[in-house]
Design a protein around this ligand. Structure first.
Ligand code: MN
Ligand code: MN
Length: 459
């Protein structure tokens, strides 16, 4: 059962392809720090590869036929890409599903305040974070402010070389004795995650002159008033580019590998898929980190509705066809695995751990305690997947999320499984998952694309 390191299997030319793919991935990840940006950048790539907006097809009443490349977007935060297959849709689809939201700090609705001549934006964290990791590092802010008249103002600050950055300050160790006695969950309190954005008073203002200066800045740069924050979605994320990690450049350090590394590789796989037997799908969902809820989360009917629309454009209007298309589908819930970290070996069971550089990692089940909340894929389906991986010479491994009773977690797998479709989790192993900077292996990114392409072709 010993698995070889994937790097050892590459000849010169393939190793070059591994590095080239990761250069493209690094650019995508640096440019996609929010779910909105991930959708925007994915759709831009898809349009270049001939994908057409389903809204256009619906408006023109254009029939859909095998080979067609279609995309659908909902609320700018979730998307689905389809390459229509030769077989009827009711025979099922091959679906790659990844999430494009990542842990971060969201700006509150009433965020702006001044305290002792510093101006701050107050935040509410999103997803599972270790709060102490988010202080004393350069931060960027992305998102939209929507004015009452519907004007959408895009905000992107902190990543251009000429931009300023933002920060949440930490206490100096000299005065940190009391702080350091607290348990790690409370060293930095959630309510203290306040992003400093300014400190220069506005001339002529008597009270809260720094806040006044910032309000003037917001007016001048974005043409917004203070109450426009009420209808804004602003996300604070680590500032800086995705970088090579290690002197051998074998790893990638970046913000939001969970789960944009699987979103990117799933996107690559579908962009490189033409005339499949079964309809190929890449589904990118939002809000996984907070339970896949909401209109753009995997639990929404967005995907089901889109399948119904496509069937309709193929002249198939019955609800039964939708049910059959979903029930007969096969899915890879493509989400990252917890990579084995030799600094913290105690949380894993070595035989059933994910190793960086050993390829795409399948999780038959996730969950906590007695597999609670897990999808637990069917053995028959796992056998199908194993065969596809071996036939296509994909480096793959299998793992559990930590040793028994150590913790646990979930993905979107159980949600799609509700339709009766076969679903298994598979993704790229990550070190420092949910930290501001996470690490993945370039070999695993490469094997993920190979895996997803093979799945779309052969499942
Ligand atoms: Mn994830
Ligand atoms: Mn996660």
């Amino acid at each position: 059962m010993e698995k070889k390191n994937a790097w050892l299997s590459y000849k010169k030319r393939e190793e070059k392809a591994v590095f080239a793919l990761n250069e493209d991935y690094k650019k995508y990840l640096s440019a996609s720090k929010t779910e909105r940006l991930a959708v925007k950048n994915t759709i831009a790539e898809a349009e270049k590869q001939g994908f057409v907006n389903i809204e256009t097809l619906i408006a023109e009443g254009k029939p859909v036929k095998p080979g067609d490349r279609i995309y659908a977007v909902w609320m700018k935060k979730t998307a689905a890409l389809f390459v229509i297959g030769e077989e009827p849709l009711s025979a099922g689809m091959n679906i790659l599903g990844a999430h494009i939201d990542s842990p971060r700090l969201d700006i509150k609705q009433v965020p702006l305040y001044e305290d002792k001549e510093f101006a701050y934006l107050d935040t509410h964290y999103y997803g599972g974070i270790k709060k102490y990791q988010w202080v004393a590092l350069p931060l960027a802010m992305y998102g939209v402010i929507v004015k009452k008249d519907g004007t959408v103002v895009d905000v992107a600050i902190g990543d251009k070389p000429t931009d300023p950055v933002l920060v949440i300050t930490d206490l100096l160790p000299h005065l940190g004795a009391d702080q350091m006695k607290k348990d790690a969950g409370r060293i930095i309190e959630g309510e203290d995650l306040n992003v400093m954005i300014g400190s220069k008073p506005l001339e002529g203002e008597e009270k809260e002159a720094v806040k006044a200066q910032l309000l003037k800045y917001f007016k001048d740069v974005y043409d917004i008033e203070e109450d426009d924050f009420l209808s804004a979605e602003l996300e604070v994320v680590p500032a800086g580019e995705t970088r090579d990690l290690g002197m051998d450049r074998a790893l990638v350090l970046g913000y939001g590998h969970d789960d944009r590394v699987c979103a990117y590789t799933s996107m690559r796989a579908i962009l490189e898929t033409a005339s499949p037997k079964k309809t190929a799908v890449c589904l990118l969902t939002d809000k996984e980190e907070i339970g896949s809820v909401g209109a753009t989360g995997a639990q929404s009917f967005f995907f089901e509705n889109t399948v119904a629309e496509i069937l309709n454009l193929m002249g198939e209007t019955s609800n039964l066809a939708v049910r059959r298309a979903l029930a007969n589908s096969r899915m890879i819930s493509s989400d990252v695995s917890a990579g084995f970290d030799p600094i913290y070996p105690g949380v894993n069971e070595p035989k059933n751990s994910a190793y960086l550089g050993h390829g795409i990692c399948f999780n038959k089940f996730t969950g906590a305690r007695g597999k609670s909340g897990s999808n637990d894929a069917n053995a028959e389906y796992v056998a199908v997947i194993r065969k596809i991986m071996e036939d296509n010479k994909v480096a793959f491994q299998t793992s559990e999320l930590g040793k028994v009773d150590q913790g646990g977690g979930g993905t979107i797998a159980y949600i799609s499984a509700k339709y009766g479709m076969s679903v298994i989790d598979a993704g790229v192993p990550v070190l420092s998952m949910h930290a501001p900077w996470e690490a993945v292996s370039k070999a695993d990114v490469y094997e993920a694309v190979k895996c997803y392409k093979a799945f779309l072709k052969d499942a």
